[in-house]
Design a protein around this ligand. Sequence first.
Ligand code: NAI
Ligand code: 15L
Length: 271
Amino acid sequence: PAPRTLLLTGAAGGLGTLMRELLPAYGYELRLFDVRPVDGAPDAITADLNDTAALREAVRGTDAVLHLAGISLEASFEQILAANIQGTYALYEAVRQEGVPRVVFASSNHAVGFTPRPPHPRGDVPLIPTDTPRRPDTFYGLSKSFGEDLAQLYWDLHGVETVSVRIGSCFPEPTTVRMLSLWMSPADGARLFHAALTADDVRHTTVYGSSANTRLWWDLSSARALGYAPRDDSEPYAARLLAEEGEPDPADPEHAHVGGHFCTRPPRWPH
Ligand code: NAI
Ligand code: 15L
């Protein structure tokens, strides 16, 4: 049966806010968790992932967790360690102890950020497969790589299922030329998370998270195998963004890799 009660960690964030709006239409009852208060949601649980008692109570009785909480940009190793590495470990321990069967983990393109970009047009160059060697571009990307390995461990050792979604860029619209390749429309994001929450027998599956973009760099087949059928394409935004930015120079290190400017001047977490 489809999971009904879903714990959404990171509910106060950008993606959490989008998913709070979109996921109820798929029949989920959301329980919200974030270290910051969630606007307009007085029942949200306000706690840090490392508050193990609060987290264990939050996961208790849920059918699945959509784990979005964490630092979403580069930060000091110590900050990443606490929020993303220890925090995700705390989540998996809570899930194991409470018998929650399924996690959908918000991994990132930055787990493979130093992977060379396929050219555009791509010609015979293959799309990047999900089993490409991980090449994190930041401590942030490294924490996503850790999260994927943790998910594999909790499947192999404890039978907790996970879909790790290497999200490209999930925002209302693509705002850079790079995002033409990585964009996942919020509606496709909800479609993909729903597929990841409901597909049978996922064990630990890694998928890329994008819309069906004309300029896609990576292979969506493992996402499609879960039942994901993206409906959007960033291409209608291409002419305007290319007019603003120009064609990226592949010899420029910023444009040579999937991670883009994370590989050269990573944006910093503000807190
Ligand atoms: P965001 O930074 O807007 O939201 C993250 C939320 O996590 C924040 O509300 C924050 O308060 C919460 N949080 C941080 N540390 C916490 C802790 N220790 N305990 C409890 N809550 C904590 O980020 P966004 O864009 O909403 O991303 C959500 C997730 O998806 C993140 O894990 C991010 O790394 C991942 N992701 C997002 C992408 C995107 O395009 N939006 C792309 C790739 C990955
Ligand atoms: C991410 O992992 C970040 O969380 C998000 O804010 C964007 O920067 C995205 O990657 C991206 O690469 O565009």
